[in-house]
Structure formats: structure tokens, C-alpha cells
Design a binder for this molecule. Structure first.
Ligand code: MF3
Ligand code: CO
Length: 256
């Protein structure tokens, strides 16, 4: 159901039926991500991960949501170390011990989207990489608690930004979280930076993807010549964590 707010923003408020369908899509996305992450080991190529994800998505009567999205050529994004998002899987890109790898995965199940991302270590990683991973995860754990009726998008954004900056890292400005449902990217945008109390009010029945994207150094990015891969300008490490959150009358509920 489309709701037009006082400030002329269009929000999508999901019906109970739609929420059930979104739950299924979200669940499939997390099942497949878990399988993919378990397969990660040094010496494998990122294309192998893409192949596993593709097969697991198809076998759940779903479609890989990213494949063909704006021309994206694979089923998942695999981004290593200084790559933040949209790393294209390749036969010639090998994971090695010490890498920090982000897998981002989307599914479409019966017309509804699931979207999820996580950053994991390959073997043993440095203490600073571990800290970056932990801060990214904890920024989500802190921020999603603001996904309550009556709060605003800015409360989530501010929570991510302040936690990350207190820990000496920076948040990305070029990409955002988003509403999700019958489209992969719906309104509202959910930035990783912002002012508490600002932005769209949160309403029961909204589903948003909250996705902290955190850099060890500067947050500025550039896109590689493949047209997709976003890397940090300073080539320092970065991490990404994404989950879908439903706003209910009893508070936030993580769907995947
Ligand atoms: N995973 C991105 C998001 O979380 C979307 C990637 S679409 C792709 O919103 F085509 F670039 F893969
Ligand atoms: Co997303």
C-alpha cells in the first residue's frame, strides 16, 4: 500500500500477506548466504562462490536478484579488502588467507525480494581487520534498535555514524540502505550518516534494508574500470553488513 506523507514522500506499507512473502524471500537469502559463507576458503575463486549461490538460489524456486540488475553480470557481489561493494565474481580472483571478504546476495521469490550481506575473514586476519568487522556488525546491532514506529530514518543513520566514528572509522556516503519488497530498492533511502530526529518517520509495516558500510580510513571511493567494483580511494580496508528489518508495533524484527 502506498502512503503519501505530509512531506510528499512515498512510503510502501506492506500488508500482512506481503509481509509473509517478504519473510520467505528474506529467509531464502539468509539460508543461501550461510551456505556460501561456509564454503569460503583460501585458494578458491570468487566465481566458485557465485556458482554455489546461483545453484542454491535456483533450487529454492527463486531468481538471483542481482543477475541482470542494471546489467550486473553475476548472481552475487564478492568484494575483497579495499573493495567495498559490487565486486564481480571472476575465475581469476582468488581468496587468500588474511583477506576480508564481503558477500552481498539478493533473491527474488514469487515477486518479492530478499537482500543480505556480510563480511567474513578468510583464515586468520589481522587484529585491525577483525576490529573493522566487529565495529561494522555492532553498528548494525545498535542502529536497528531504532527501527521503531515513531522514530525516523535519521535515528538509524545517526546511530550507525556515531558508533562507527567513535571507534575511529568512517561511514560511506555514496551508497545507502533502502526500502525493499516488490522492488529491490524502494523508498526510503537509509543512509549510514545523518542527524537524529531527521528524515522520514518510521511506520508499522515498512521493511528496510539497513546496511552499514564502514571504512578503516577515508570514506571516499572510486569505481574500477569494470564499471562496478567500488574500492576505497586510499586502498584501506572496508566492510559491509546488511539485514532486512520489519517495523512492527512491538519494535524492529530482523527478517534475515
Ligand atoms: N546489494 C546491493 C544492495 O544492497 C545491490 C546490488 S545490485 C548489483 O542494495 F547489481 F549491483 F549487484
Ligand atoms: Co541492499
Amino acid at each position: 500500500m502506498q502512503l503519501i506523507t505530509k512531506s510528499n514522500n512515498i512510503m510502501d506499507i506492506k500488508t500482512a500477506r506481503e509481509i509473509n512473502d517478504i519473510r520467505v524471500a528474506a529467509k531464502i537469502s539468509s539460508e543461501v548466504l550461510e551456505i556460501v559463507l561456509k564454503k569460503i576458503h583460501p585458494g578458491m575463486s570468487t566465481a566458485q562462490l557465485d556458482e554455489i549461490a546461483h545453484k542454491e538460489i535456483i533450487s529454492r524456486k527463486s531468481k538471483p536478484a542481482f543477475l541482470g540488475y542494471r546489467g550486473y553480470p553475476a548472481s552475487i557481489c564478492v568484494s575483497i579488502n579495499n573493495e567495498l561493494v559490487h565486486g564481480i565474481p571472476s575465475e581469476s580472483k582468488m581468496l587468500k588467507e588474511g583477506d576480508l571478504v564481503s558477500v552481498d546476495l539478493g533473491v527474488n521469490h514469487k515477486g518479492f525480494y530478499g537482500d543480505i550481506a556480510e563480511t567474513v575473514p578468510v583464515g586468520k586476519i589481522s587484529m585491525s581487520a577483525q576490529k573493522l568487522m566487529d565495529v561494522t556488525y555492532r553498528s548494525f546491532q545498535q542502529a536497528y534498535k531504532n527501527a521503531c514506529c515513531g522514530k525516523r530514518i535519521g535515528d538509524i543513520s545517526f546511530s550507525i555514524q556515531s558508533y562507527v566514528e567513535q571507534n575511529g572509522f568512517s561511514v560511506v556516503r555514496d551508497y545507502c540502505g533502502h526500502g525493499i519488497g516488490r522492488e529491490l530498492h524502494e523508498k526510503p533511502e537509509v543512509p549510514d550518516f545523518g542527524r537524529a530526529g531527521s528524515g522520514q518517520e518510521l511506520i508499522q509495516g515498512m521493511v528496510i534494508a539497513i546496511e552499514p558500510m564502514v571504512c578503516e580510513g577515508d570514506w571516499r571511493l572510486r569505481i574500477l574500470s569494470d564499471g562496478w567494483t567500488a574500492v576505497t580511494l586510499d586502498n584501506k580496508l572496508c566492510a559491509h553488513y546488511e539485514r532486512m528489518v520489519l517495523i512492527t508495533e512491538n519494535g524492529p524484527e530482523i527478517l534475515n
